[in-house]
Design a protein around this ligand. Sequence first.
Ligand SMILES: Nc1ncnc2c1ncn2[C@@H]1O[C@H](COP(=O)(O)OP(=O)(O)OP(=O)(O)O)[C@@H](O)[C@H]1O
Length: 329
Amino acid sequence: MTTFQQAPAGSAASGTDAALELNSIVKSFGTTLAVDGISWTVRRGDFVGLLGPNGAGKTTLISIIAGLVKNDSGQARVLTIDTSKEPNRVKGVLGIVPQDLAVYPELSARDNLQFFGAMYGLRGRELKSRIDDALRRVGLDDRAARPAVGKFSGGQKRRLNIAAALLHRPQILILDEPTVGIDPQSRNYIFDTLRELNRGGMTIVYVTHYMEEVEALCRTVAIVDHGRIIEEGPLDDILARHGTSLVRLTLRPEELRSAVALLEQHPEVTHRITGDGVLQISSRALQDAVALVTRILADIAPNPESCQILPPSLETVFIELTGNQLRDA
Ligand SMILES: Nc1ncnc2c1ncn2[C@@H]1O[C@H](COP(=O)(O)OP(=O)(O)OP(=O)(O)O)[C@@H](O)[C@H]1O
């Protein structure tokens, strides 16, 4: 089995302990500010979720890390290598699994991997053994020779994409939304593959807008919105910091006014009206929020348009921080 560089657990994320170090990265496309001054450090050996809604700037950020997109300002280092100065050295230590599938449909899985391996200068028996290892890791060893990958399911193609990213044995693997639109079996296979790689010491950055995937896989999370990291740290710390229960009530205008007047008398429970007009009530103690909501439902709005109770989770953290649910999630 291949082993990857093992990181010291719990080490400080600076200098040589850092797998990725981003400093004030800015990138615009015309008038769109896609990345708005992101500074971020990923520790070696970590399993990090980069979480944010569609259009938050996640793909742009990882494209800058990979040297595929040039940032307007700021500095990105991968294992201390400056991405703008030595992009080829960065390619040697970084594996990228892009959102768009980049496989040749008329070729077999093995022939696709031969092609990708050759791009990294791999040949002969060494390449064959790496292809065998990569196919086994993603559970495609029984589909190496046929059918042509054009006949693969979406999930199998994505697993092949992961295999391609592993051939040069990168120390860091970045995956951009690897489970969008795939079957649950492939999703579970991808999860198991990534856990095994991380156990072997590989640093993994998992880009997604699925909060439950971050909760299932990652130790650390960075939440991105509008081109900025709005919260980051170990998942448990974030939940402890922001771990409030939330109640979301959609009310008619008159009811909303009366409910807000009531809530203003109860500072122990916080409330806000979100951009889409939903009354959001949060409290570290669920019973405080529920007691007030019960009064609102009894005295003010017996038939609310909607009433939702959310226990503490990354979702409630996101809503608390942005006032929005993860759009299109
Ligand atoms: N090549 C480009 N040209 C113009 N605008 C772009 C380009 N790439 C990204 N953008 C814009 O930059 C912003 C950030 O996009 P980005 O793809 O990085 O977000 P994302 O968080 O990865 O979202 P998604 O999950 O939808 O890919 C969006 O407003 C997007 O439309």
